[in-house]
Design a protein around this ligand. Structure first.
Ligand code: PGA
Length: 253
């Protein structure tokens, strides 16, 4: 059976004090769910405090980004070697970094390779813009992003060591979720592409306006193995409801 992952991407939200309070509420509400992995990705500044707050709980901790070198003159960047001391996951390739900060496919690949080499588990985000979708280019864009992400990896990646998050750019923060059929189609494509190209079969998450109201129907799809949740992850009740939907609603593998 595939164990789903529900990860909350807090983005640039909450003060440290608010983040501690949110993590505490998530910990209390989520409890110890069976057969589902749960992670929260707060801002870097919160990681150390949240590591203590979440110690002994079922909630894992991750970073929203990571740099592609382990140390050196890279002002403002954060190394996987330090992140691995405080958290288990790192997100790379989020569309806000690709589009707002000009992060290239190549940079995402270097980050993935470097983070994996330190033992961090990695969430690799991919997804097409609305323009891409309208032009019928969804699969080719996702394939290009995946191929670039995998290119620098030296060793065959352990499929437990990373997940792919399919996040159509037009669905992020817009309230416009992909339909379960749209999300399923691309998640299935991603898995097939990685089986063929990289001989690996990781989990595929969906992200983009996931809420407690639409999570169950997304998780009922065969190839959707969890969610990367933005806005709704800032509301502990709602996030825990999404975790419950994942725990209860996965189809047989
Ligand atoms: P959203 O964000 O749930 O607010 O759409 C998802 C994400 O960007 O990971």
């Amino acid at each position: 059976m595939t164990v789903p992952l529900v990860a909350g991407n807090w983005k640039m939200n909450t003060t440290v004090a608010e983040g501690i309070a949110l993590a505490r509420s998530v910990r209390e509400l989520v409890g110890s769910p069976r057969d589902v992995e749960v992670a929260v990705l707060p801002p870097f500044t919160h990681l150390w405090a949240l590591r203590d707050e979440l110690a002994g709980s079922a909630i894992q901790l991750g970073a929203q980004d990571v740099f592609w070198e382990l140390a050196g003159a890279y002002t403002g960047e954060v190394s996987a070697a330090t992140l691995v001391e405080v958290c288990g996951w790192a997100l790379v390739g989020h569309s806000e970094r690709r589009h707002l900060l000009g992060e290239s496919d190549e940079a995402v690949g270097r980050k993935f390779a470097c983070a994996s080499a330190t033992g961090l588990r990695v969430i690799v985000a991919v997804g097409e813009t609305e323009e891409d979708r309208d032009a019928g280019a969804t699969f080719s864009v996702v394939d290009r992003q995946l191929d670039a992400a995998f290119a620098p990896l030296i060793a065959q990646p352990d499929p437990d060591g990373f997940v792919i998050a399919y996040e159509p750019v037009w669905a992020i923060g817009t309230g416009r979720t992909a339909t379960p059929e749209q999300a399923q189609e691309v998640c299935a494509h991603i898995k097939q592409h990685l089986r063929e190209r990289a001989n690996t079969s990781p989990r595929a998450l969906y992200g983009g306006s996931v809420t407690a109201a639409n999570a169950a129907e997304l998780f009922a799809e065969r190839d959707i193995d969890g969610a990367l949740v933005g806005g709704a992850s800032l509301r502990a009740e709602e996030f825990s409801a999404i975790v419950r939907a994942a725990a209860g609603g996965m189809p047989e593998a």
